[in-house]
Design a protein around this ligand. Structure first.
Ligand code: UDP
Length: 451
């Protein structure tokens, strides 16, 4: 028998990849004799490269090996011809099955593979894992409420024949507050969407796995976790969160990271609102201008990550011409605008940060919880509207950014919410309570671990 190994198969977008790699590190810390093998499919879209992160993990953790698979060609590489990011991603993951099979075959010959852990988006790999004897677990990178939704989606589908989720006024999911159908994950809002049936099939597969590891903790999502075991009758779930990437700036040559933190050093405690919208969040030029006007009117201090609008995708980001005339000089005492990417975890943990306007990606939510920073929820894509309902109505650690029917947010709304989150907002106390509960959950995970 060879060395014992665990195989991890993350989905390539950064939010999925990083949390799976962090899971690998956690497994390793409890079982140092294991080797961890991570199968990497090249990302179909990647505004921010994961290369630096991967190479830093490779050099610090010799027991973690990355297996880079060759790129596959999708039917259409244009993301604009698709309704959402998930469709291209799922196609690429499905087309990668033959390479994954070859990698698993080779690993099984050289190691005693004890288990494989796959991202929910990689469910198609179950078609080939049947050729191997190791058990397969899921790692669900969103919350337990969203997992309850994934389990329950096939039932919703069967009981609402012919209806599109987006048109159902109220959806009742075990363990989840009643929600509007239009708040469900984007990829399944319409039955004729290219990936609707894929997600129904994935939902059915969940209960066939050996278990589901989930990046959440009991105090955060107690009702949903209980509903999965009791009402949806799936007992093998393991809430091991909050698992987030550590907030150190490893690369002292990362000038942008250092300048953000230096700027924050000169700001008063809990005075700065951080605005950052995940790895893929984009706004139209009109919306960027409206945010700028709202921020300026609010008079609050801010650190704002700005990207080129989709209509200017092909040009280099020029803040001066994108933002209202004179905005940068008028706000230079109070604000900092960062191009494209900021070191989110260190920023959230900086004592000057008092509020976070977020797109409601699950990692961002956990990072804010761990830093004890209250949020303004401004969902953009994927399951983020669903997450907003959870953090605003159920967990009560965020206030909502209210948008119009078309999704546009006015400068007045930005101004109000930014002032509210920095002021005596009702969710601040609850956010601190959740931060403490998160710390406790992590110590309990350590204590309960028997290797
Ligand atoms: N992130 C960051 N800087 C940015 C934007 C994003 O460090 O400017 C990180 C963020 O800390 C989080 C991840 O990228 O860990 C985004 O994951 P999330 O699940 O929140 O959103 P997604 O990008 O998957 O929609």
């Amino acid at each position: 028998m060879g060395e014992e190994a665990i195989v991890l198969y993350p989905a390539p977008p950064i939010g999925h990849l990083v949390s799976m790699v962090e899971l690998g590190k956690t497994i390793l810390s409890k079982n140092p004799s294991l080797s961890i093998h991570i199968i990497l499919v090249p990302p179909p879209y990647q505004p921010e490269s994961t290369a630096t992160y991967i190479s830093s993990v490779s050099s610090s953790f010799p027991s973690i090996t990355f297996h880079h698979l060759p790129a596959v060609t999708p039917y259409s590489s244009s993301s604009t011809s698709r309704h959402h990011h998930e469709s291209l991603l799922l196609e690429i993951l499905c087309f990668s099955n033959p390479s994954v099979h070859r990698t698993l075959f080779s690993l099984s010959r050289n190691f005693n593979v004890r288990a494989m852990i796959i991202d929910f988006f990689c469910t198609a790999v179950l078609d080939i894992t049947a050729d191997f004897t190791f058990p397969v677990y899921f790692f669900y990178t969103s919350g337990a409420a969203c997992l309850a939704f994934s389990f329950y989606l096939p039932t919703i589908d069967e009981t609402t024949p012919g209806k599109n989720l987006k048109d159902i006024p109220t959806v009742h999911i075990p363990g989840v507050p009643p929600m509007k159908g239009s708040d469900m994950p984007k990829a399944v809002l319409e039955r004729d969407d290219e990936v609707y049936d894929v997600f129904i099939m994935f939902g059915k597969q969940l209960s066939k796995s050996s278990g589901i590891i989930i990046n959440t903790f009991d105090a955060l999502e107690n009702r949903a976790i209980k509903a999965i075991t009791e009402e949806l009758c799936f007992r093998n779930i393991y809430p091991i969160g909050p698992l987030i990437v550590n907030g150190r700036i490893e690369d002292r040559n990362d000038n942008k990271a250092v300048s953000c933190l230096n700027w924050l050093d000169s700001q008063p405690e809990k005075s700065v609102v951080f605005l950052c919208f995940g790895s893929l969040g984009l706004f139209s030029k009109e919306q960027v201008i409206e945010i700028a006007v709202g921020l300026e009117k609010s008079g609050q201090r801010f650190l704002w990550v700005v990207r080129n609008p989709p209509e200017l995708e092909k040009t280099e980001l020029d803040l001066k011409s994108l933002l209202p005339e004179g905005f940068l000089s008028r706000t230079e005492d109070k604000g900092m605008v960062v191009k494209s990417w900021a070191p989110q975890v260190p920023v959230l943990n900086h004592k000057a940060v008092g509020g976070f306007v977020t797109h409601c990606g699950w990692n961002s939510i956990l990072e804010a919880v761990c830093a004890g920073v209250p949020m303004v929820a401004w969902p953009l894509y994927a399951e983020q509207r669903f997450n907003r309902v959870m953090i605003v109505d159920e967990i009560k650690i965020a206030i909502s950014m209210n948008e119009s029917e078309t999704g546009f947010v006015s400068s007045t709304e930005v101004e109000k919410r930014v002032q509210e989150i920095i002021g005596e907002c009702p969710v601040r106390e609850r956010t601190m309570a959740m931060k403490n509960a998160a710390e406790l959950a992590l110590t309990e995970t350590d204590c309960n671990s028997d290797g």
